[in-house]
Design a protein around this ligand. Structure first.
Ligand code: NDP
Length: 287
């Protein structure tokens, strides 16, 4: 009895020690954050700056990126730069990674967070919109990862993929968006296994987020979803923490997302009806 109990205590101690996050873990690390001009990406840039990382930020809007870079330098970033452009273009996605090689000499963490604009409503039949969204929300993530892997292998670094509840549970009114987020789970969960088989020490963290209080999310869904969104600042910190600890998945906000995922496995029909009953359906856009 004593030996197995001691084993359990040691395993628990080892797991807790491994699970301790310290901001110093990010000091001097070279990090790319995509979608860093607003929302959760902007907040991640500020956290990383306070932790003393080198940040390379990207999005389309140059003026906003300039402000975020300035603020990062004020907050203590080891260095802060941006590259502006659209992730509709795979060549741009690859260019951002080459820029990290050129100016930072390598990469420790790749945070894939950007998301193209979509609508919250009944699927309108626009196939071109689905294609464009797949390019922005999925293909560019694959392109950046492919280009960054050699540098990440060298640094034994981390890939952080920002996904959504809509990438695990397909509720209504998000068909194109949900498709792109499910694709991320398929691709990155498979790639994670291959890295393990090949003994490549690059971690992949998939972040499953619930409703967060970014301007764009509140604008898109608050007339249909009455729940209070979780704070973007805390969400951003949890994403960085999960990446630094090389976790397989982050569920944020934790009890809400975790319990929905559990209910999805145990009683999917019940989950569907609970979701629907929580929406203000009369406010949903129909085309
Ligand atoms: P925001 O809309 O606030 O930010 C999106 C970012 O992506 C901006 O920096 C935007 O900058 C950039 N972006 C948009 N289109 C393009 C493009 N074509 N090429 C390059 N960059 C682009 O989003 P959030 O902060 O709310 O979301 C961040 C992540 O979190 C996303 O992956 C989202 O799916 C996920 N998430 C968010 C939730 C929420 O409730 N907020 C819930 C679940 C998941 P610019 O316009 O300057 O290009």
């Amino acid at each position: 009895i004593l030996i197995p109990s001691l084993g359990l205590v040691l395993a628990f101690w080892f797991y807790s020690a491994r699970d301790t996050f310290k901001p110093e873990m990010l000091r001097g690390k070279r990090v790319i954050v995509t979608g860093a001009s607003t929302g959760i990406g902007e907040q991640m840039a500020y956290h990383l700056a306070r932790m003393g990382s080198h940040v390379l930020l990207t999005a389309r809007t140059e003026a906003r990126l300039q402000n975020v870079v300035r603020r990062c330098l004020e907050l203590g970033a080891a260095s802060a730069r941006f590259v502006s452009g659209t992730m509709e273009d795979t060549a741009f996605a690859q260019h951002v990674v080459r820029e990290a090689q050129a100016v930072l000499g390598g990469l420790d963490m790749l945070i894939l967070n950007h998301v193209g604009a979509s609508y919250f409503g009944f699927f309108d039949g626009d196939v071109e919109h689905v294609r464009k969204l797949l390019e922005i929300n999925f293909l560019s993530y694959v392109a950046m990862t492919t280009s960054a892997l050699p540098m990440l292998k060298e640094s034994e670094g981390s890939i952080v993929v920002v996904s959504s509840m809509a990438g695990k549970i397909a509720g209504p009114f998000t068909a194109p968006y949900s498709a792109t987020k499910f694709a991320l789970d398929g691709f990155f969960s498979s790639l994670r296994q291959e890295l393990i088989i090949d003994k490549v020490n690059v971690s992949i963290t998939l972040c499953i987020l619930g409703y967060i209080n970014t301007e764009s999310a509140v604008r898109a869904v608050s007339h249909v979803i009455p729940q209070t969104p979780a704070p973007k600042e805390e969400c951003a910190l949890e994403i960085i923490r999960a990446g630094a600890l090389r976790r397989r998945e982050l569920h944020y906000p934790s009890p809400a997302v975790g319990s929905m995922l559990l209910l999805r496995s145990l009683a999917p029909e019940l989950l569907d009806s609970l979701l629907l009953s929580s929406y203000r359906l009369e406010n949903v856009r129909r085309t």
